[in-house]
Write a protein that binds this ligand. Sequence first.
Ligand code: PEP
Ligand code: MN
Length: 360
Amino acid sequence: MENKKELRNWLDAFGLEHPMVIAGPCSAETEEQVLKIAHQLKNTDTTVFRAGIWKPRTRPGNFEGVGALGLKWMQRAKEETGLLLTTEVANPNHVELALKHDIDFLWIGARTTVSPFIIQEIAEALRGVDKPVLIKNPVNPDLSLWLGAVERFYKADVKNLGVIHRGFSTYEKTRYRNNPEWQIPIDLQNRFPDLPLFLDPSHIAGRRDIIFDLSQTALDLNYDGLMIETHHDPDNAWSDAAQQITPSTLDQYTVDLKIRKEIGDDAIYNNKINTLRTKIDVIDHQLIEILGKRMVVADGIGELKKEHNVAVLQTKRWNEILGKMILQGEEKSLSEEFILRVFKAIHQESINHQEKIINN
Ligand code: PEP
Ligand code: MN
């Protein structure tokens, strides 16, 4: 991407003083529902009204969207409220219909980003179109698939691009519906600093109680916008009920979220240091998670040793681990002395865990 600066022109042109807010229901359900939510969002910080009309459901049998009919309801919502519109497009036919109905932004869903064939088809259908296209991360934690999709649109002369971080699926259940893996969008931002980055906390969370905190983390990391699923009656939404919030909750969130502005040297410094510190916090959190996982495995080893009456300390194995870690550490410019200290501490903690198990 030669001329990366142009990637964010479209966003800067809005001249917003806060991150761009995209809000609206997971799915358009009825004309009445679409209009009601759009009117409730009208006097909030929302710039763009979202509603899915073709819903990619992982398994058949769930509500799959109202289809093209919903585009007319959205158009009416725009006429009545002045909000811009966005919907998910997943094939060239969707693109044609969305463009015909004056949809302002198009978004590409997570299940679409994984497929270079379909991305290429959609990119061709959008060739030269100057509407913003927001590309959600692929469902699997793969940065190059995400970047590949961005590059395919860019090569098709779709220059008003942005990306939406909506989390990554995992086999094991975690506290999130989709694991944030903050490192992936951070890496993407480092490679393309001018590519506007949005957070979709709704699909990361899968539940409404952690949407605020996720949004704050995104703002601390200098994200450019938020896409939040919003419904007038969240509990009775036809899809993703547990994760939707009401327009008035969203309104309150936009008041309570701390947005850092770049004014004056000190503010610039503070802004940068806070961004870096948040990155450190994210990584520290991951370190604890991973150490916790390591101890769970160590406990399993303890159980096994107990069953077979084997000694906890296995010096040969321990020296092998240390040797390997020292070599790997060197590749990351970590000194031998540091690796020794860290791994001795980890090893000691594992031994303590195992001793407790064996003596129980
Ligand atoms: C959505 O935004 O409603 C949606 C289906 O998103 P995703 O592609 O992130 O699952
Ligand atoms: Mn949804």
